[in-house]
Design a binder for this molecule. Structure first.
Ligand code: FE
Ligand code: CA
Length: 443
């Protein structure tokens, strides 16, 4: 590691074994760095020297005068749905850290043309043309994704904080229940393989090495006293989706207070952490949409059973915890939807005049769902059914958020296409929310 990208002044160096049982990955945990600093790093094995990566350390947790923080949120990068053009632009954007909110990869088959990428100059090997289920298959999947030059560029440019959603393991999985209804003793074997490959290939520490099918991913990060980030895992401990996983009107099955999307231990950890928080912004990077999202404007409207709408008692407990902890400025981040949304989080979602408790930014996909449209066909319906929905855009891209001492600003960044490489990026919309006054205003 060095202070400068030319490695004139080396600050730390060390040797790590790339053990075959971890598929020759290494997890270098570098101590003794200064807070609030930019560093460069690279690896050498034999005569081979890696590309150079840039990272940065957070300000000290007690730093009262922490500088403002700019982060990006990304999710859902299906290789077979298109190019990671949004990552190429994000690599050139000026952010301190990137939060990856899940669906880093998809278990689905990738054909020899790379799906929507329609390669003519190369072939994706045949072994990717089936769903990943084994440790070897999940490992190879990371290898395929990390061969993408845009993904490599964004990792080299910025530090990443990762959490997963379902597709790193299997579509719509919940705790020990898989999508296909296999016996519950079978899925943990697959989950253990997926979690092991995830740990090997992501910036996680040795202490997070999974124990069989268990990996503790939820964790807390601070940016001085400006922001606290409670990174959640809403997949590993959740109750199985109600009503067979399809959109449904909330009812006794989904609203059963015994059901949970976080698990009891993580829920306690979150609320206890909020009680101890002295941060100006309390940010919740997590997987799935938090705010109510009715699919039509009728009283019997369907909602997704895979998001917090399918776990309303869980959501009520978390919001009650935020209120009783008296935290300042709640901001929820989500992915998974493959479209961009901005929401005011309401005390009572069905009462537009009720108090606004915070804001939610749902980042669109990097590529999943292919090109997408600026105004999806459901735009009028969703906007009418959800008055607290402030923005809805169906294109690919990412969200960039700047947290300041007076206000936060969010920019929804979109690319016009991902099925062809090299599309330009633009800001589709920008919002501000003032510290101490929850609610979004157009910037
Ligand atoms: Fe996804
Ligand atoms: Ca997902």
């Amino acid at each position: 590691m060095a202070d400068d990208e030319f490695f004139l002044q080396s600050v730390r160096r060390g040797t790590a074994w790339a053990h075959p049982e971890y598929n020759h990955t290494v997890h270098a945990e570098v101590g003794g760095l200064l807070p609030g600093r930019e560093y460069y790093y690279r690896f050498r094995t034999g005569s081979w020297i890696s590309e150079t990566g840039r990272t940065r350390t957070a300000p000290a947790a007690t730093a009262a005068a922490a500088p403002s923080l700019t982060f990006a949120a990304v999710s859902c990068q299906a290789y077979h749905d298109g190019y990671f053009t949004a990552h190429r632009h994000l690599a050139e954007d000026d952010v301190d850290v990137v939060f990856h909110l899940g669906d880093y990869l998809y278990e689905y088959a990738v054909n020899s043309a790379g799906g929507a990428r329609q390669y003519t100059d190369r072939q994706v090997p045949e072994l990717f043309n089936r769903e990943a289920r084994t440790l070897e298959e999940y490992r190879l999947r990371y290898a395929l994704y990390k061969s993408d030059p845009d993904l490599r560029a964004v990792h080299a440019a910025h530090p990443f904080v990762v959490t997963w959603d379902d597709h790193e393991t299997e579509n719509n999985c919940a705790d020990a229940v898989d999508e296909e209804g296999n016996p519950p003793e079978e899925f943990p074997l697959r989950r253990a393989a997926a979690y092991r490959a995830y740990w090997e290939n992501q910036p996680l520490r040795g202490a997070q090495l999974p124990q069989g099918p268990d990996l503790r991913l939820f964790r807390r990060l601070q940016w001085g006293t400006l922001a606290q980030f409670d990174v959640l895992d809403t997949r590993q401990y959740r109750s199985d989706q109600a009503y067979g996983d399809m959109p449904h009107v909330p009812g006794p099955e989904s609203d059963d207070p015994a059901r949970t999307i976080t698990g009891a231990a993580q829920e306690r950890w979150l609320i206890d952490g909020w009680r101890a928080s002295y941060a100006l912004w309390n940010v919740l990077p997590q997987q799935v949409r938090f705010s109510q999202h009715k699919l039509d404007p009728t009283p019997e409207a369907l909602v997704s059973m895979d998001t917090w709408d399918g776990y309303r008692a869980s959501r009520e407990r978390v919001l009650a915890g935020a209120k009783s902890a008296g935290i300042q400025n709640l901001m929820v981040l989500a992915g998974d939807a493959h479209v961009g949304y901005a929401f005011d989080i309401k005390e009572v979602f069905d009462e537009p005049a009720s108090r606004t408790l915070g804001t939610e930014f749902v980042t669109t996909s990097v590529s999943s769902g292919r090109d997408g449209a600026e105004r999806p066909l459901t735009w009028d319906t969703y906007t009418k059914a959800n008055p607290h929905l402030k923005f809805y855009d169906g294109r690919r891209g990412y969200v960039r958020v700047e947290l300041g001492h007076e206000a936060a600003r969010a920019d929804f960044r979109t690319v016009s296409a991902v099925t062809t490489p090299g599309a330009p990026i633009a800001t589709a919309a920008s919002f501000v929310t003032e510290a101490g006054r929850p609610g979004l205003e157009p910037a």
